[in-house]
Design a protein around this ligand. Structure first.
Ligand SMILES: [Zn+2]
Length: 446
């Protein structure tokens, strides 16, 4: 079902035309209410709405970096000087998981929250979740923006069964007794449940679950992992992706499974840029780059050209579902990227290749950099779990060769027994920095 057909099926050009007046109004709002942007724009000689202009001139504006927002916060302004609404109009404040120490706060007014729920609802509706669908969620959303997903489930009138993570027995009991039709979880947890079931002789294909709505990390769109999950569960896998500072579940994959559609239309303007030069890249079929976002109607904490650090590959053209936005797959995050003798490599890309060796390889990997920071000397050490049943001779060499061919990176593949690498209820950790000395000061985002 298309939740907002008038918006979701309009052409990309019509969208841009509809967004332009919203963007101009948002710029006026920023200049009036956001001290952060008033100062930032004035510093680049763009102090008035006239000087800034419309969407066709957006590329002249500076980017906003997450670190910049972090640095601008203080005890006096814990949210930051980009807070642009009266705090008495803020109805919710989410926070990030704070991997870098102090959490950052994400405030929403009532109108902001309603927009986020609408965006998330579009994404989940695209994945085939409809009124009456019995869905088990496994997110311990707590303070995190994933909590908006729970509001969206109510808005879509799903039969939502929140179970949380960390108690697989309880989840499997609820799944069986309440005959859940869908699960919302991370791909890591979906894989963990598949292994759990295999060990206990439980046939997940015989359960009532027909859909897995995965999110929270890249992986659900990787072909080999997706096939593995779909076969283990006898269910259709679709993925979704959001970004805390911009909107939860901003992208949602439809049932055609060709990538995630943009669900933020009319609320958020998305751009694709070259991560190294910052130059704009057209959102055409096959294009790759980093996503950059600008709010069009945000009140509490509007952002302008916010660098997501998410690297994506775009698919354009008609989709069977009728939605007209480009579709994306997330390739990886800048924070996770390693540079091996000048070649950029995402740990998720290594995992994707290793997964094609199933069942000889079990799917779990652990990259072990030796140097702190992204720059590494070859060979890059990668621990690869063998499959549950057999250990094929020559597996390490075959994986090493295929990674070299596909990614131009020389690796040292170290096979380890099935079950040797840590499992996660939430996000899998593909890089283990314990062998790099001294420890890196940077930490990857959640
Ligand atoms: Zn579609």
């Amino acid at each position: 079902m298309i939740l907002d057909p008038e918006t979701e099926a309009r052409t990309w050009e019509e969208q841009r035309a509809a967004d332009d007046p919203l963007y101009r109004r948002q710029i006026g709002y920023l200049l009036a209410h956001s001290r952060f942007y008033r100062e930032k724009l004035a510093a680049t000689g763009l102090a008035t709405a006239d000087a800034i202009g419309g969407l066709d001139a957006i590329e002249a504006l500076p980017f906003t970096e997450k670190d910049e927002l972090r640095a601008a916060r203080s005890e006096a302004e814990p949210i930051g000087p980009h807070l642009a609404a009266d705090i008495r109009d803020v109805v919710r404040i989410f926070s990030t998981s704070g991997t870098t120490g102090t959490p950052s706060y994400i405030p929403l007014t009532a109108a902001d929250l309603a927009q986020w729920i609408r965006i998330s609802s579009r994404s989940y509706a695209a994945s085939g979740l409809a009124a009456g669908t019995r869905l088990i969620s496994t997110y311990n959303a707590g303070p995190f923006v994933a909590g908006v997903g729970l509001d969206a489930f109510a808005a879509l009138r799903l039969c939502h069964i929140p179970i949380g993570s960390g108690n697989t027995e309880r989840l499997m009991t609820a799944l069986r007794q309440l005959k859940a039709e869908a699960l919302a979880l991370t791909p890591s947890y979906a894989l963990h449940l598949a292994e759990w079931a295999l060990e206990r002789g439980v046939d997940l294909r015989a359960t009532s679950v027909a859909r897995l709505a995965v999110a929270g990390e890249p992986g659900g769109g990787e072909a080999a992992l997706r096939t593995q999950l779909q076969e283990a569960w006898g269910a259709k896998v679709t993925e979704a992706m959001g970004i805390g500072d911009v909107a939860a579940t901003l992208w949602g994959e439809c049932e055609a499974q060709g990538g995630m559609h943009f669900s933020g239309r009319g609320f958020v303007h998305a751009e694709l840029v070259d991560p190294d030069t910052g130059d704009a890249i057209a959102m055409e079929d096959g294009a790759e780059g980093e996503l950059v976002y600008t709010h069009l109607k945000r009140e509490a904490a509007p952002l302008l050209r916010f660098r997501s650090r998410d690297h994506v590959r775009v698919s354009a053209g008609a989709c069977a579902c009728g939605r007209t936005s480009p579709r994306i797959r997330c390739i990886g995050r800048t924070d996770d990227m390693l540079i091996v003798r000048g070649v950029n490599v995402f740990p998720s890309a290594i995992r994707e290749i290793v997964a094609t060796f199933a069942p000889a390889a079990g799917g779990h990997i652990s990259v072990r950099p030796r140097n702190p920071g992204p720059r590494q000397d070859p060979p890059l050490r990668v621990l690869v779990e063998r499959g549950a049943e057999n250990a094929e001779a020559g597996l390490a060499e075959a994986i090493r060769t295929r990674i070299r061919e596909a990614l131009m990176v020389t690796t040292e593949i170290v096979p380890v027994p099935f079950g040797a690498l840590p499992r996660s209820d939430y996000k899998s950790k593909l890089v283990d920095w314990s062998e790099a000395a001294p420890k890196p000061s940077r930490t990857s985002a959640p």
